[in-house]
Design a protein around this ligand. Structure first.
Ligand SMILES: [Zn+2]
Length: 103
Protein backbone atom coordinates (compact mmCIF):
# COMPACT_ATOMS: atom_id res chain seq x y z
CA UNK A 1 0.00 0.00 0.00
CA UNK A 2 1.34 3.38 -1.02
CA UNK A 3 1.98 5.77 1.81
CA UNK A 4 2.18 9.50 1.32
CA UNK A 5 3.08 10.69 4.74
CA UNK A 6 6.07 9.89 6.86
CA UNK A 7 5.42 6.83 8.99
CA UNK A 8 6.34 6.49 12.64
CA UNK A 9 9.23 4.26 13.50
CA UNK A 10 7.82 1.35 15.53
CA UNK A 11 11.09 1.10 17.44
CA UNK A 12 11.27 4.60 18.83
CA UNK A 13 7.99 6.29 17.86
CA UNK A 14 9.72 9.10 15.99
CA UNK A 15 8.65 10.19 12.57
CA UNK A 16 10.74 8.81 9.75
CA UNK A 17 12.48 11.19 7.40
CA UNK A 18 12.36 11.15 3.67
CA UNK A 19 15.65 9.93 2.33
CA UNK A 20 16.39 10.20 -1.36
CA UNK A 21 18.07 7.07 -2.52
CA UNK A 22 21.51 7.80 -3.87
CA UNK A 23 22.49 6.96 -7.40
CA UNK A 24 25.59 5.37 -6.01
CA UNK A 25 24.91 2.40 -3.84
CA UNK A 26 25.70 2.52 -0.17
CA UNK A 27 24.62 -1.02 0.55
CA UNK A 28 25.51 -3.99 -1.60
CA UNK A 29 25.21 -2.44 -4.99
CA UNK A 30 21.53 -3.28 -5.12
CA UNK A 31 19.25 -0.59 -6.39
CA UNK A 32 16.45 0.42 -4.10
CA UNK A 33 13.92 0.61 -6.92
CA UNK A 34 12.39 3.72 -5.44
CA UNK A 35 13.30 7.41 -5.64
CA UNK A 36 13.22 7.73 -1.89
CA UNK A 37 12.74 5.84 1.33
CA UNK A 38 11.45 6.75 4.72
CA UNK A 39 14.23 6.20 7.20
CA UNK A 40 14.39 6.59 10.95
CA UNK A 41 17.34 8.86 11.68
CA UNK A 42 16.91 8.92 15.43
CA UNK A 43 20.27 8.37 17.08
CA UNK A 44 18.51 6.99 20.13
CA UNK A 45 16.32 4.59 18.23
CA UNK A 46 16.58 1.22 20.02
CA UNK A 47 17.13 -0.51 16.71
CA UNK A 48 20.02 1.80 15.93
CA UNK A 49 21.54 1.60 19.40
CA UNK A 50 21.17 -2.17 19.65
CA UNK A 51 22.41 -2.64 16.09
CA UNK A 52 25.53 -0.67 16.81
CA UNK A 53 26.34 -2.78 19.85
CA UNK A 54 25.49 -5.99 18.05
CA UNK A 55 27.63 -5.21 15.01
CA UNK A 56 30.55 -4.18 17.16
CA UNK A 57 30.37 -7.27 19.34
CA UNK A 58 29.73 -9.66 16.54
CA UNK A 59 31.71 -8.27 13.66
CA UNK A 60 33.91 -5.65 15.27
CA UNK A 61 32.49 -3.10 12.88
CA UNK A 62 31.09 0.34 13.47
CA UNK A 63 27.92 -0.38 11.56
CA UNK A 64 24.31 -0.47 12.56
CA UNK A 65 20.73 -0.84 11.42
CA UNK A 66 18.12 1.68 10.58
CA UNK A 67 14.43 1.21 10.23
CA UNK A 68 13.11 2.04 6.78
CA UNK A 69 9.89 1.96 4.80
CA UNK A 70 9.35 1.76 1.08
CA UNK A 71 6.91 4.56 0.22
CA UNK A 72 5.43 2.77 -2.79
CA UNK A 73 4.45 -0.33 -0.95
CA UNK A 74 4.53 0.58 2.72
CA UNK A 75 6.84 -2.37 3.15
CA UNK A 76 8.94 -2.16 6.26
CA UNK A 77 12.57 -3.12 6.20
CA UNK A 78 15.85 -2.59 7.92
CA UNK A 79 18.91 -1.25 6.23
CA UNK A 80 22.44 -1.92 7.30
CA UNK A 81 24.31 1.31 7.60
CA UNK A 82 27.92 0.30 7.09
CA UNK A 83 28.96 3.79 7.92
CA UNK A 84 26.32 5.12 10.28
CA UNK A 85 27.16 8.73 9.56
CA UNK A 86 27.14 8.53 5.81
CA UNK A 87 23.38 8.91 5.70
CA UNK A 88 23.34 11.87 8.03
CA UNK A 89 26.01 13.58 5.99
CA UNK A 90 23.99 13.07 2.88
CA UNK A 91 20.82 14.27 4.57
CA UNK A 92 22.57 17.45 5.60
CA UNK A 93 23.93 17.93 2.11
CA UNK A 94 20.49 17.45 0.65
CA UNK A 95 18.97 19.94 3.02
CA UNK A 96 21.56 22.65 2.48
CA UNK A 97 21.96 22.18 -1.27
CA UNK A 98 18.65 21.57 -3.05
CA UNK A 99 20.32 20.27 -6.19
CA UNK A 100 23.17 17.91 -5.44
CA UNK A 101 23.39 16.41 -8.88
CA UNK A 102 26.58 18.34 -9.47
CA UNK A 103 29.44 18.04 -7.08
ZN1 LIG B 1 13.44 4.58 15.19
Amino acid sequence: MKIDKAPMCPHCGKECEKYETPIFHFADGLGWGTPFLYVCFNEECPLYVRGKKHMMEKYGQAATYRYMVYPDTGLEDVMVAANPHLLEKRMKALKSVPDDSKE
